[in-house]
Design a binder for this molecule. Structure first.
Ligand code: NOJ
Ligand code: CA
Length: 707
């Protein structure tokens, strides 16, 4: 729904003195005047921008341009041909999401540039200035001097005004499953994290960080750098200049060629984004990243179903069951695969989980290890040709599971672990998705564990950006949504392709089951919410009640309280949320009621409080209902919060169920001690809540005064 859209035009003056190419500064402010951007060509004719937030400078003069293969640097001296300022205001609707309506209101400056000297190349710039940040992108217009470009490096700078506190992870070309670090900008040393026992692939060539990277200035401005609409281009890491307190784009490359991006002209780059907020919560409420993507291209996506799901999954991470059916290293499952009896994906187990899901308001079932090839998985050097995406193991009747689920209102989520062997997967893509469509299944979880094949490519490079995109489009053509693990980072493409429901791309719950470094520390998720969580939905797989993982993993544990596991259904947004624990761990536990009740699709979202890396409380209104759900989590420090309900309808009374850490609870010594309190709540209520160290709370608010 477009409510208002208007455009005005202003032409602009170029001004040159002597041998300087400097142009007059051109300012553009956001609709509410919170953000201001200045653009000009500096003395050398190089494009330069700077940014203010609430009248303080946040980005010092920073230059733009490219190094291109077999070409002079494309950065200046330029002259300005035209500039155009426009304003745009619309409110669009998310088919599913953390809110229904998104306001997309910005002022745009569009600058067309031409080189002063031969070869007189053209390069244009778009700047969109919002009250919650800015986005800018380069355009290579059609021109005589360029038809194909090979980008060696993008030269985008972000020069900062101080040594900000930074929440970062290394600029890994392969994986986003590092723990976030908290240091000042000048102390970032990404190369220290080059080796990690638990990562199936990692490549950190520079002292660079991955985005989103979030910072807090001395005066409390919150800044987060990322990108939007990463399409047919390489992912951007940000090189860190610790002396000059500056970030510079460093695109992810390939070992197969010296350039990082190949494109035919005309084209536009992804948006470079800077989210800005006075407080931490504003970053989460910001719609900048999705707004900078194009509108829905798929039309009616009622087949994309937000839901909770159970799975044959945690069993394998705990080592209780296996993905593979038998042990013999033979590619043909009928020939000599000796069943070892630990295979997880059996028809009988799938049916048991369907019964459980149907009884507990859970709409999906993920089955991993259903297809042939897993016997070759771990440690198998030549992974091409191994996985088959249509052939089930002998003890798993795919059709029977699907129809049993359908009869009970539980839909299968297909699983495609590609082991990063992209050619094998691409070859089978159509067949695999035709099978999915013929079964009337509408969701698939993909996986890319291991180094990318073909060798020399990286998960975040242009080759893989295009691969992930191809999978998304193929899935859409067959009415399936994609939950990608070991994915390309999220850049808000769910707006254009609403079948991009969720993804991993950060350290998920699985690390608690097997990592050698003690799992995810209590501060992990209070950082994630304000870093990679800003990029889009995250498939964390919450809901582990057997916190100590006994008897399966004596040396590992989940480093939160049980109540924090409940809170995560609200705090970490995803339209599909796993109910991840073994189902026997939910039986007879009254806290499970919250998981039964909590939805995964929302009308609106309010961040009630929070500090990056410390704690956060989020309230969300259920889509199509007046019910609200609130979740709060804290790091290793216990906390007393006072919850206010200004967000509720003033004339209504709500039945509240509060699940909170008991006074004696603690993530390590007593993680499962909790209390449930029932009460009536109105807009006036003030509710004190204790959060244990590593703890949290969850609250459901149902409209009406009687339950
Ligand atoms: C890694 C994924 O993150 C995990 O969820 C999955 O179980 C394994 N790969 C196997 O595909
Ligand atoms: Ca993973």
């Amino acid at each position: 729904m477009i409510r208002l859209k208007f455009i005005y035009f202003a032409s602009i003056l170029v001004f040159m003195t002597g041998c300087s190419y400097q142009s007059k500064k051109q300012s553009i402010t956001s609709p509410g005047n919170k953000v201001k951007l200045d653009f000009h060509l500096n003395k050398k004719g190089i494009p330069e921008y700077q940014v203010w937030y609430n009248d303080s400078l946040v980005i010092k003069p920073s230059t733009l341009g490219f190094d291109l293969k077999n070409q002079p640097r494309l950065s200046g001296a330029f002259k300005i041909l035209t500039t155009e300022e426009t304003e745009f205001n619309e409110t669009w609707e998310m088919p599913w999401g953390e809110k229904r309506e998104v306001v997309n209101h910005y002022r745009q400056l569009y600058v067309t540039l031409k080189e002063e000297k031969e070869p007189f190349r053209l390069m244009n710039l778009y700047f969109k200035v919002y009250d919650d940040g800015i986005g800018f992108r380069y355009q290579f217009p059609e021109q005589p001097a360029l038809d194909t470009v090979f980008i060696m490096e993008e030269l985008t700078e972000f020069n900062l005004t101080g040594d900000h506190k930074t929440f970062w992870q290394p600029g890994d070309w392969d994986i986003y499953e590092h723990l976030y670090k908290t240091t000042n900008l000048s102390k970032i040393d990404a190369t220290k994290y080059r080796n990690h026992n638990d990562l199936a692939q990692t490549h950190i060539p520079n002292n660079a960080v991955n985005t989103p990277v979030t910072m807090i200035t001395k005066n409390g401005t919150h800044i987060s750098f990322h990108e939007a609409n990463l399409t047919n281009y390489a992912s951007m890491t940000l090189g860190v200049d610790t002396l000059n307190l500056s970030l510079k784009s460093m695109l992810v490359g390939s070992d197969n060629h010296d350039y990082k991006v190949a494109r035919t002209v005309p084209f536009e780059t992804p948006w470079r984004t800077i989210q800005l907020s006075e407080n931490a919560g504003g970053l989460i409420e910001s719609g900048l990243i999705v707004n900078l993507n194009e509108p829905n291209k798929l039309g009616d996506v009622s087949w994309v179903k937000p839901m909770k799901y159970v799975g044959i999954w945690w069993d394998m991470h705990l080592g209780r069951k296996t993905w593979d059916y038998g042990t013999k290293q033979d590619k043909n499952p009928d020939k000599g695969l000796k069943p070892h009896g630990k295979h997880g994906a059996t028809t009988a187990y799938a049916k048991e989980l369907i019964d459980f899901a149907a009884a507990n308001n859970i709409g999906g079932l993920l089955v991993e290890g259903w297809n042939t090839g897993w016997e070759h998985w771990i440690g198998f050097a030549d992974r091409e040709g191994v996985f088959d995406f249509v052939t089930p193991y002998p003890d798993y009747n795919l059709k029977e599971v699907v129809s049993y689920g359908k009869a009970k209102g539980v839909e299968l989520i297909m699983h495609h672990e590609t082991s990063a062997a992209t050619e094998t997967y691409t070859k089978q893509l159509d067949t695999a998705f035709r099978l999915i469509e013929s079964l009337q299944v509408h969701a698939v979880k993909t996986g890319y564990v291991g180094k990318i094949l073909p060798k020399g490519e990286y998960h975040q490079g242009q080759y893989m950006v295009n691969h992930y995109h191809q999978v998304l489009e193929t899935a859409a053509a067959h009415h399936a949504s994609v939950d990608a693990h070991e994915p390309i980072k999220d850049t808000g493409k769910r707006r254009t392709f609403p079948n991009a429901t969720s993804r991993e791309g950060f350290r998920g719950q699985e690390f608690n089951a097997w990592s050698s470094d003690g799992g995810n520390p209590p501060e992990h998720l209070p950082i994630v919410a304000f870093t990679c969580g800003l990029a889009g939905p995250l498939d964390y797989t919450p809901g582990i009640f057997n916190i100590k993982l006994k008897p399966y993993k004596e040396k590992n544990q989940v480093n939160t309280t049980l109540c924090q596991q409940l809170a995560l259904y609200v705090v970490i947004y995803s339209p599909i949320q796993m109910v991840a624990d073994l189902i026997e761990n939910y039986k007879d536990n009254p806290a499970f009621q919250f998981i039964v009740d909590v939805p995964t699709d929302w009308e609106q979202t309010k961040v009630l409080n929070g500090e990056v890396g410390d704690y956060v409380t989020i309230a969300r209104q259920q889509r199509g209902s007046n019910n609200w759900f609130v979740g709060g989590i804290t790091d290793e420090n216990s906390r007393e919060l006072e919850l206010r309900f200004d967000f509720l309808d003033p004339n209504k009374t709500y039945q509240a169920a509060l699940y909170k850490d008991a006074p004696e609870a603690d993530w390590n010594t007593n993680p499962t001690a909790y209390k449930i309190e029932k009460m009536e709540v109105t807009q006036e209520t003030v509710l004190p809540i204790h959060l244990a160290a590593g703890g949290g709370f969850a609250l459901s608010l149902k409209e009406g005064s009687v339950n």
